[in-house]
Design a protein around this ligand. Sequence first.
Ligand SMILES: NC(=O)c1ccc[n+]([C@@H]2O[C@H](COP(=O)([O-])OP(=O)(O)OC[C@H]3O[C@@H](n4cnc5c(N)ncnc54)[C@H](O)[C@@H]3O)[C@@H](O)[C@H]2O)c1
Length: 401
Amino acid sequence: MKIGIIGQGYVGLTISAFSGSFFQVIGFDSNQRIVDQLNSGLSHIEGVESNAIQKLIKDGRYKATSDGRDISNVDIVVIAVPTPLTTDRKPDLTYIDAACRTIGENIRNPILVINESTSFPGTLRNFIKPAIEKYSNNLVAHMYAISPERVDPGRGDFNQKNTPRLYAGLTPEASTLTQEFYSKFCDNLVEVSSPEVAEAAKLFENTFRQVNIALVNEFAQIAHSLGISVYETLDAANTKPYGFMKFTPSAGVGGHCIPVDPTYLAAVAEEHGAPATFIRRANEVNLEMSKYVVDRVQADNGGSLKGKSVLVVGVAYKPNVADVRETAAELVIEHLRSRGAVVSWHDNVVGLWKGERSAPLTSADIVVVVTMHDSVNAADVKASAPYVFDTTGKIDGVHGL
Ligand SMILES: NC(=O)c1ccc[n+]([C@@H]2O[C@H](COP(=O)([O-])OP(=O)(O)OC[C@H]3O[C@@H](n4cnc5c(N)ncnc54)[C@H](O)[C@@H]3O)[C@@H](O)[C@H]2O)c1
Protein backbone atom coordinates (compact mmCIF):
# COMPACT_ATOMS: atom_id res chain seq x y z
CA MET A 1 0.00 0.00 0.00
CA LYS A 2 1.08 3.54 -0.72
CA ILE A 3 0.50 6.21 1.93
CA GLY A 4 0.47 9.96 1.33
CA ILE A 5 1.16 12.10 4.40
CA ILE A 6 0.32 15.77 4.02
CA GLY A 7 2.54 17.90 6.25
CA GLN A 8 6.03 16.69 7.17
CA GLY A 9 6.41 18.42 10.53
CA TYR A 10 6.41 17.02 14.05
CA VAL A 11 3.37 14.83 13.46
CA GLY A 12 3.62 14.02 9.75
CA LEU A 13 7.30 13.09 9.73
CA THR A 14 6.92 10.97 12.86
CA ILE A 15 4.08 9.03 11.20
CA SER A 16 6.13 8.77 7.99
CA ALA A 17 9.04 7.25 9.89
CA PHE A 18 6.87 4.69 11.72
CA SER A 19 4.64 3.73 8.78
CA GLY A 20 7.61 3.61 6.37
CA SER A 21 8.57 0.22 7.77
CA PHE A 22 5.29 -1.23 6.50
CA PHE A 23 4.17 0.93 3.59
CA GLN A 24 5.58 3.04 0.83
CA VAL A 25 5.31 6.65 2.02
CA ILE A 26 5.05 9.88 0.05
CA GLY A 27 5.58 12.83 2.39
CA PHE A 28 3.92 15.90 0.90
CA ASP A 29 4.89 19.30 2.28
CA SER A 30 4.27 22.76 0.86
CA ASN A 31 7.66 23.94 2.16
CA GLN A 32 10.24 23.17 -0.56
CA ARG A 33 13.16 23.68 1.82
CA ILE A 34 11.83 20.92 4.13
CA VAL A 35 11.19 18.66 1.12
CA ASP A 36 14.75 19.13 -0.19
CA GLN A 37 16.23 18.57 3.25
CA LEU A 38 14.23 15.37 3.78
CA ASN A 39 15.12 14.02 0.34
CA SER A 40 18.76 14.56 1.19
CA GLY A 41 18.21 12.37 4.27
CA LEU A 42 18.17 15.04 6.96
CA SER A 43 15.46 15.05 9.61
CA HIS A 44 14.39 18.40 11.08
CA ILE A 45 12.33 16.85 13.89
CA GLU A 46 13.48 15.68 17.33
CA GLY A 47 12.71 12.01 17.78
CA VAL A 48 13.03 11.22 14.05
CA GLU A 49 16.63 10.28 13.35
CA SER A 50 18.21 11.25 10.04
CA ASN A 51 19.54 7.73 9.58
CA ALA A 52 15.96 6.37 9.80
CA ILE A 53 14.96 8.67 6.92
CA GLN A 54 18.11 7.72 4.99
CA LYS A 55 17.30 4.02 5.37
CA LEU A 56 13.73 4.49 4.16
CA ILE A 57 14.94 6.46 1.14
CA LYS A 58 17.57 3.82 0.36
CA ASP A 59 14.94 1.05 0.56
CA GLY A 60 12.67 3.01 -1.79
CA ARG A 61 10.05 3.42 0.96
CA TYR A 62 10.08 7.18 1.39
CA LYS A 63 10.10 10.25 -0.78
CA ALA A 64 9.25 13.84 0.11
CA THR A 65 7.53 16.06 -2.43
CA SER A 66 5.79 19.39 -2.87
CA ASP A 67 4.08 18.26 -6.06
CA GLY A 68 0.47 17.22 -5.44
CA ARG A 69 0.55 14.88 -8.46
CA ASP A 70 2.92 12.60 -6.55
CA ILE A 71 0.11 11.59 -4.19
CA SER A 72 -2.41 10.90 -6.99
CA ASN A 73 -2.12 7.09 -6.68
CA VAL A 74 -1.93 6.60 -2.89
CA ASP A 75 -4.29 4.23 -1.08
CA ILE A 76 -4.52 6.21 2.15
CA VAL A 77 -3.84 9.88 2.82
CA VAL A 78 -3.11 11.28 6.29
CA ILE A 79 -3.56 15.00 7.00
CA ALA A 80 -1.02 16.41 9.49
CA VAL A 81 -0.96 20.16 8.91
CA PRO A 82 -1.00 23.03 11.44
CA THR A 83 -4.23 24.14 13.09
CA PRO A 84 -3.24 27.44 14.72
CA LEU A 85 -5.33 30.39 15.88
CA THR A 86 -6.06 33.46 13.78
CA THR A 87 -4.79 36.84 15.01
CA ASP A 88 -8.12 37.30 16.82
CA ARG A 89 -7.59 33.87 18.47
CA LYS A 90 -10.20 31.92 16.49
CA PRO A 91 -9.66 28.42 14.97
CA ASP A 92 -7.71 28.75 11.72
CA LEU A 93 -8.55 25.93 9.32
CA THR A 94 -6.81 27.46 6.27
CA TYR A 95 -4.03 24.83 6.32
CA ILE A 96 -6.59 22.04 6.52
CA ASP A 97 -8.47 23.64 3.65
CA ALA A 98 -5.26 23.76 1.58
CA ALA A 99 -4.61 20.08 2.35
CA CYS A 100 -8.18 19.27 1.24
CA ARG A 101 -7.50 21.12 -2.00
CA THR A 102 -4.35 19.05 -2.62
CA ILE A 103 -6.36 15.85 -2.05
CA GLY A 104 -9.42 16.98 -4.01
CA GLU A 105 -7.48 18.17 -7.03
CA ASN A 106 -5.08 15.25 -7.27
CA ILE A 107 -6.74 12.04 -6.11
CA ARG A 108 -9.30 10.62 -8.50
CA ASN A 109 -9.79 7.08 -7.12
CA PRO A 110 -11.72 6.54 -3.85
CA ILE A 111 -9.33 6.16 -0.91
CA LEU A 112 -9.29 6.52 2.88
CA VAL A 113 -8.63 10.06 4.17
CA ILE A 114 -7.50 10.21 7.81
CA ASN A 115 -7.19 13.48 9.69
CA GLU A 116 -4.57 13.65 12.47
CA SER A 117 -4.56 17.44 12.83
CA THR A 118 -6.17 18.68 16.02
CA SER A 119 -9.47 20.50 15.54
CA PHE A 120 -12.92 20.95 17.02
CA PRO A 121 -15.65 18.28 16.92
CA GLY A 122 -17.36 18.22 13.52
CA THR A 123 -14.24 19.16 11.52
CA LEU A 124 -14.01 15.81 9.70
CA ARG A 125 -17.74 15.58 8.92
CA ASN A 126 -18.61 19.22 8.28
CA PHE A 127 -15.37 20.73 6.97
CA ILE A 128 -12.91 18.18 5.58
CA LYS A 129 -15.37 15.93 3.71
CA PRO A 130 -17.29 18.81 2.06
CA ALA A 131 -14.05 20.65 1.20
CA ILE A 132 -12.50 17.61 -0.53
CA GLU A 133 -15.78 16.96 -2.35
CA LYS A 134 -15.85 20.59 -3.51
CA TYR A 135 -12.21 20.52 -4.74
CA SER A 136 -12.77 17.24 -6.60
CA ASN A 137 -15.98 18.55 -8.20
CA ASN A 138 -17.89 15.79 -6.39
CA LEU A 139 -16.27 13.22 -8.66
CA VAL A 140 -14.90 10.88 -5.95
CA ALA A 141 -16.54 9.30 -2.90
CA HIS A 142 -13.67 8.88 -0.41
CA MET A 143 -13.86 7.26 3.01
CA TYR A 144 -13.08 9.48 6.01
CA ALA A 145 -11.70 8.86 9.48
CA ILE A 146 -10.10 10.73 12.36
CA SER A 147 -7.24 9.61 14.56
CA PRO A 148 -6.00 12.52 16.66
CA GLU A 149 -2.25 12.58 17.19
CA ARG A 150 -0.81 12.30 20.70
CA VAL A 151 2.91 12.46 19.90
CA ASP A 152 5.02 14.28 22.52
CA PRO A 153 8.17 15.35 20.66
CA GLY A 154 11.40 14.69 22.49
CA ARG A 155 9.81 12.06 24.73
CA GLY A 156 11.54 8.70 25.02
CA ASP A 157 9.13 6.51 27.01
CA PHE A 158 5.96 6.96 24.92
CA ASN A 159 5.90 6.81 21.13
CA GLN A 160 3.65 5.79 18.23
CA LYS A 161 3.92 2.14 19.20
CA ASN A 162 2.98 2.22 22.86
CA THR A 163 0.71 5.28 23.06
CA PRO A 164 -2.95 4.23 22.74
CA ARG A 165 -4.54 5.80 19.69
CA LEU A 166 -8.19 6.87 19.36
CA TYR A 167 -9.94 6.50 16.03
CA ALA A 168 -13.36 6.64 14.39
CA GLY A 169 -14.56 6.53 10.81
CA LEU A 170 -17.50 8.30 9.24
CA THR A 171 -18.53 4.81 8.05
CA PRO A 172 -17.83 1.29 9.40
CA GLU A 173 -15.63 0.60 6.33
CA ALA A 174 -13.53 3.67 7.09
CA SER A 175 -13.14 2.53 10.73
CA THR A 176 -12.04 -0.96 9.69
CA LEU A 177 -9.43 0.33 7.23
CA THR A 178 -8.14 2.87 9.76
CA GLN A 179 -7.74 0.10 12.32
CA GLU A 180 -5.84 -2.02 9.79
CA PHE A 181 -3.52 0.86 8.91
CA TYR A 182 -2.52 1.90 12.43
CA SER A 183 -2.38 -1.62 13.85
CA LYS A 184 0.82 -2.14 11.84
CA PHE A 185 2.73 0.26 14.06
CA CYS A 186 0.53 0.99 17.09
CA ASP A 187 -0.16 -1.64 19.77
CA ASN A 188 -3.32 -0.19 21.29
CA LEU A 189 -6.12 1.16 19.13
CA VAL A 190 -9.27 2.47 20.78
CA GLU A 191 -12.32 2.88 18.58
CA VAL A 192 -14.90 5.46 19.66
CA SER A 193 -18.46 5.77 18.44
CA SER A 194 -18.05 8.87 16.27
CA PRO A 195 -15.36 11.17 14.86
CA GLU A 196 -16.77 13.94 17.05
CA VAL A 197 -15.96 11.96 20.23
CA ALA A 198 -12.36 11.42 19.05
CA GLU A 199 -11.99 15.09 18.11
CA ALA A 200 -13.45 16.25 21.43
CA ALA A 201 -11.33 13.80 23.46
CA LYS A 202 -8.14 15.22 21.96
CA LEU A 203 -9.20 18.77 22.83
CA PHE A 204 -10.26 17.76 26.32
CA GLU A 205 -6.93 16.02 27.02
CA ASN A 206 -5.05 19.23 26.37
CA THR A 207 -7.65 21.40 28.08
CA PHE A 208 -7.23 19.24 31.21
CA ARG A 209 -3.53 20.07 31.15
CA GLN A 210 -4.08 23.76 30.41
CA VAL A 211 -6.51 24.19 33.31
CA ASN A 212 -4.32 22.26 35.77
CA ILE A 213 -1.24 24.23 34.76
CA ALA A 214 -3.19 27.47 35.28
CA LEU A 215 -4.32 26.22 38.69
CA VAL A 216 -0.77 25.44 39.79
CA ASN A 217 0.45 28.76 38.37
CA GLU A 218 -2.17 30.57 40.43
CA PHE A 219 -1.24 28.45 43.43
CA ALA A 220 2.44 29.40 43.03
CA GLN A 221 1.42 33.02 43.48
CA ILE A 222 -0.71 32.16 46.52
CA ALA A 223 2.13 30.13 48.08
CA HIS A 224 4.61 32.95 47.57
CA SER A 225 2.25 35.47 49.18
CA LEU A 226 1.89 33.10 52.16
CA GLY A 227 5.65 32.70 52.44
CA ILE A 228 5.65 28.95 51.81
CA SER A 229 7.40 26.88 49.15
CA VAL A 230 5.12 25.94 46.26
CA TYR A 231 7.35 22.95 45.42
CA GLU A 232 7.38 21.56 48.95
CA THR A 233 3.61 22.01 49.16
CA LEU A 234 3.07 20.20 45.85
CA ASP A 235 5.36 17.35 46.91
CA ALA A 236 3.41 17.11 50.16
CA ALA A 237 0.06 16.97 48.31
CA ASN A 238 1.53 14.41 45.94
CA THR A 239 2.03 11.90 48.77
CA LYS A 240 -1.71 11.24 48.50
CA PRO A 241 -1.90 8.04 46.46
CA TYR A 242 -5.19 8.83 44.71
CA GLY A 243 -7.23 11.84 43.54
CA PHE A 244 -4.23 14.12 42.98
CA MET A 245 -2.01 14.67 39.97
CA LYS A 246 1.04 16.89 40.28
CA PHE A 247 1.55 19.75 37.84
CA THR A 248 4.40 22.23 38.27
CA PRO A 249 4.38 26.02 37.89
CA SER A 250 6.16 27.80 35.06
CA ALA A 251 6.49 31.11 33.22
CA GLY A 252 3.50 30.06 31.10
CA VAL A 253 2.60 27.40 28.56
CA GLY A 254 3.92 27.09 25.03
CA GLY A 255 3.91 24.83 22.04
CA HIS A 256 1.32 24.18 19.40
CA CYS A 257 -1.10 22.32 21.67
CA ILE A 258 -1.78 23.57 25.21
CA PRO A 259 -2.13 27.32 24.42
CA VAL A 260 -4.15 26.58 21.27
CA ASP A 261 -6.33 23.45 21.53
CA PRO A 262 -8.45 24.63 24.49
CA THR A 263 -9.35 27.73 22.50
CA TYR A 264 -10.70 25.44 19.75
CA LEU A 265 -12.91 23.80 22.39
CA ALA A 266 -14.00 27.15 23.83
CA ALA A 267 -14.82 28.51 20.37
CA VAL A 268 -17.02 25.57 19.42
CA ALA A 269 -18.64 25.56 22.89
CA GLU A 270 -19.57 29.21 22.63
CA GLU A 271 -20.87 28.72 19.11
CA HIS A 272 -23.27 26.16 20.58
CA GLY A 273 -24.26 28.46 23.45
CA ALA A 274 -22.30 26.54 26.13
CA PRO A 275 -20.08 28.52 28.52
CA ALA A 276 -16.30 28.03 28.42
CA THR A 277 -15.42 30.46 31.22
CA PHE A 278 -13.02 28.08 32.94
CA ILE A 279 -11.04 27.47 29.75
CA ARG A 280 -10.88 31.17 28.89
CA ARG A 281 -9.70 32.13 32.39
CA ALA A 282 -7.08 29.36 32.49
CA ASN A 283 -5.62 30.73 29.27
CA GLU A 284 -5.45 34.21 30.80
CA VAL A 285 -3.78 32.98 34.01
CA ASN A 286 -1.11 31.16 31.99
CA LEU A 287 -0.50 34.20 29.77
CA GLU A 288 -0.25 36.47 32.84
CA MET A 289 2.51 34.34 34.41
CA SER A 290 5.21 36.01 32.31
CA LYS A 291 4.26 39.40 33.77
CA TYR A 292 4.16 37.94 37.29
CA VAL A 293 7.68 36.54 36.84
CA VAL A 294 9.04 39.88 35.59
CA ASP A 295 7.25 41.74 38.41
CA ARG A 296 8.99 39.46 40.93
CA VAL A 297 12.38 39.93 39.27
CA GLN A 298 11.90 43.70 39.21
CA ALA A 299 10.83 43.82 42.87
CA ASP A 300 13.89 41.79 43.89
CA ASN A 301 16.18 44.15 41.97
CA GLY A 302 15.43 47.48 43.59
CA GLY A 303 12.17 48.10 41.72
CA SER A 304 13.73 48.93 38.36
CA LEU A 305 15.16 46.92 35.48
CA LYS A 306 16.21 49.97 33.44
CA GLY A 307 19.62 49.45 31.85
CA LYS A 308 20.17 46.08 33.56
CA SER A 309 21.55 43.25 31.43
CA VAL A 310 19.21 40.28 31.59
CA LEU A 311 19.96 36.87 30.13
CA VAL A 312 16.94 34.63 29.53
CA VAL A 313 17.99 30.99 29.67
CA GLY A 314 15.93 28.63 27.50
CA VAL A 315 13.59 30.05 24.86
CA ALA A 316 12.17 26.75 23.55
CA TYR A 317 8.71 26.10 24.91
CA LYS A 318 9.89 22.95 26.70
CA PRO A 319 13.16 21.14 27.46
CA ASN A 320 15.20 19.35 24.79
CA VAL A 321 13.27 20.56 21.73
CA ALA A 322 14.00 23.47 19.38
CA ASP A 323 10.29 24.36 19.09
CA VAL A 324 9.60 28.01 20.01
CA ARG A 325 5.93 28.16 19.01
CA GLU A 326 3.92 30.17 21.58
CA THR A 327 6.89 30.00 23.96
CA ALA A 328 6.47 31.81 27.29
CA ALA A 329 10.01 33.16 26.80
CA GLU A 330 8.69 35.56 24.17
CA LEU A 331 6.35 37.27 26.64
CA VAL A 332 9.00 37.27 29.39
CA ILE A 333 11.43 39.02 27.02
CA GLU A 334 8.75 41.51 25.92
CA HIS A 335 7.98 42.45 29.54
CA LEU A 336 11.69 42.76 30.38
CA ARG A 337 12.39 44.99 27.36
CA SER A 338 9.32 47.16 27.99
CA ARG A 339 10.86 47.95 31.40
CA GLY A 340 14.16 49.05 29.91
CA ALA A 341 16.20 45.88 30.49
CA VAL A 342 18.88 44.98 27.95
CA VAL A 343 17.89 41.43 27.09
CA SER A 344 19.75 38.59 25.40
CA TRP A 345 18.97 34.88 25.52
CA HIS A 346 20.86 31.63 25.75
CA ASP A 347 19.53 28.46 24.14
CA ASN A 348 21.91 26.20 22.25
CA VAL A 349 19.10 23.85 21.20
CA VAL A 350 17.24 26.69 19.45
CA GLY A 351 20.39 28.54 18.29
CA LEU A 352 18.74 31.16 16.09
CA TRP A 353 15.38 32.79 16.81
CA LYS A 354 13.72 35.94 15.45
CA GLY A 355 16.96 36.98 13.79
CA GLU A 356 18.90 36.77 17.08
CA ARG A 357 21.52 34.20 17.98
CA SER A 358 21.89 32.37 21.27
CA ALA A 359 24.21 34.37 23.55
CA PRO A 360 26.91 32.65 25.62
CA LEU A 361 26.04 31.72 29.18
CA THR A 362 28.32 34.37 30.65
CA SER A 363 27.98 37.35 32.91
CA ALA A 364 24.76 39.35 33.15
CA ASP A 365 23.19 41.37 35.97
CA ILE A 366 20.20 39.07 36.04
CA VAL A 367 19.40 35.60 34.70
CA VAL A 368 15.81 34.43 34.23
CA VAL A 369 15.49 30.70 33.52
CA VAL A 370 12.42 29.86 31.43
CA THR A 371 13.37 26.42 30.06
CA MET A 372 16.15 24.08 31.25
CA HIS A 373 17.43 21.74 28.54
CA ASP A 374 19.30 18.67 29.81
CA SER A 375 22.44 20.07 28.18
CA VAL A 376 22.39 23.15 30.43
CA ASN A 377 24.46 22.93 33.59
CA ALA A 378 22.81 24.41 36.70
CA ALA A 379 26.19 25.43 38.18
CA ASP A 380 27.01 27.38 35.00
CA VAL A 381 23.67 29.19 35.21
CA LYS A 382 24.30 30.09 38.85
CA ALA A 383 27.77 31.37 38.03
CA SER A 384 26.54 33.60 35.21
CA ALA A 385 24.84 36.32 37.31
CA PRO A 386 24.62 37.55 40.89
CA TYR A 387 20.82 37.21 40.69
CA VAL A 388 19.13 34.16 39.15
CA PHE A 389 15.36 33.66 38.97
CA ASP A 390 14.46 30.09 38.03
CA THR A 391 10.88 29.47 36.82
CA THR A 392 11.50 25.73 36.34
CA GLY A 393 12.25 24.65 39.91
CA LYS A 394 15.32 22.76 38.67
CA ILE A 395 18.06 24.95 40.18
CA ASP A 396 18.62 24.85 43.92
CA GLY A 397 19.53 27.86 46.01
CA VAL A 398 18.32 30.63 43.66
CA HIS A 399 15.20 32.80 43.50
CA GLY A 400 12.14 31.23 41.93
CA LEU A 401 8.38 30.70 41.91
N1 LIG B 1 3.64 18.88 17.57
C1 LIG B 1 2.95 18.17 18.44
O1 LIG B 1 3.47 17.83 19.50
C2 LIG B 1 1.53 17.74 18.15
C3 LIG B 1 0.98 16.74 18.95
C4 LIG B 1 -0.32 16.32 18.70
C5 LIG B 1 -1.05 16.93 17.69
N2 LIG B 1 -0.49 17.93 16.94
C6 LIG B 1 -1.32 18.50 15.88
O2 LIG B 1 -0.86 18.01 14.62
C7 LIG B 1 -1.03 18.99 13.61
C8 LIG B 1 0.30 19.24 12.95
O3 LIG B 1 1.19 19.79 13.91
P1 LIG B 1 2.77 19.73 13.76
O4 LIG B 1 3.31 19.99 15.12
O5 LIG B 1 3.16 18.50 13.04
O6 LIG B 1 3.01 21.00 12.83
P2 LIG B 1 4.39 21.41 12.12
O7 LIG B 1 4.33 22.86 11.93
O8 LIG B 1 5.55 20.79 12.82
O9 LIG B 1 4.29 20.71 10.70
C9 LIG B 1 3.32 21.03 9.78
C10 LIG B 1 3.93 20.87 8.39
O10 LIG B 1 2.88 21.07 7.47
C11 LIG B 1 3.39 21.81 6.37
N3 LIG B 1 2.25 22.39 5.69
C12 LIG B 1 1.53 23.49 6.02
N4 LIG B 1 0.52 23.64 5.17
C13 LIG B 1 0.60 22.62 4.28
C14 LIG B 1 -0.17 22.24 3.17
N5 LIG B 1 -1.25 22.91 2.81
N6 LIG B 1 0.22 21.15 2.47
C15 LIG B 1 1.31 20.45 2.85
N7 LIG B 1 2.07 20.76 3.90
C16 LIG B 1 1.69 21.83 4.62
C17 LIG B 1 4.37 22.77 6.98
O11 LIG B 1 5.31 23.21 6.02
C18 LIG B 1 5.00 21.92 8.08
O12 LIG B 1 6.16 21.26 7.63
C19 LIG B 1 -1.63 20.20 14.31
O13 LIG B 1 -3.02 20.15 14.20
C20 LIG B 1 -1.22 20.00 15.75
O14 LIG B 1 -2.10 20.63 16.66
C21 LIG B 1 0.79 18.33 17.15
